[in-house]
Design a protein around this ligand. Sequence first.
Ligand SMILES: CC(C)(COP(=O)(O)OP(=O)(O)OC[C@H]1O[C@@H](n2cnc3c(N)ncnc32)[C@H](O)[C@@H]1OP(=O)(O)O)[C@@H](O)C(=O)NCCC(=O)NCCS
Length: 143
Amino acid sequence: MIRRAVLADVDAVVVIERACFGADAWSETLVTAAVEGGRSTVLIDDLDAYGVIGVAGDVADLERIAVMPSRRRQGVAGRVLDALCAAAREQEADRMLLEVAADNAAAIAFYAAHGFTTISRRTGYYRGGIDALVMQLELQEDR
Ligand SMILES: CC(C)(COP(=O)(O)OP(=O)(O)OC[C@H]1O[C@@H](n2cnc3c(N)ncnc32)[C@H](O)[C@@H]1OP(=O)(O)O)[C@@H](O)C(=O)NCCC(=O)NCCS
């Protein structure tokens, strides 16, 4: 079941972060700030997948989406993304933006499968000089 994360979920989110992002994982402090702060919407699914958006004006930034390795390719991230899009629309966003490492083939394929298109490239944006792709999804009313 997908629901809003609460402070009691912080430990589970940190476990997901470490399993999915390694050295780039958010710390407990960052996760706590996202869950507690008013700016972000943090959704969690059965303690092994989660996603975060931040909405400013008509743009929702997809800050995080991650699924524990043992639960991948079962549509879990798709359901989390759908719930994040619904939350973004509720907050009056009409598009979602994200940055993804150009070598993260799984994530790029996932976003493309869900209708995101690449709108620009940020050269050397990530550690090790890896480029970022900036991808966008229009948030239609009927999706
Ligand atoms: C990217 C990620 C969130 C996808 O999660 P998931 O639950 O496995 O995704 P889904 O099962 O909902 O995938 C839906 C579709 O996305 C595409 N997709 C997902 N993973 C893919 C992969 N490894 N290779 C190719 N296509 C993939 C496919 O089209 C898939 O549909 P299919 O399984 O019917 O072929 C997951 O791989 C992950 O947590 N990665 C590590 C964290 C990360 O990189 N997050 C994004 C940072 S920008």
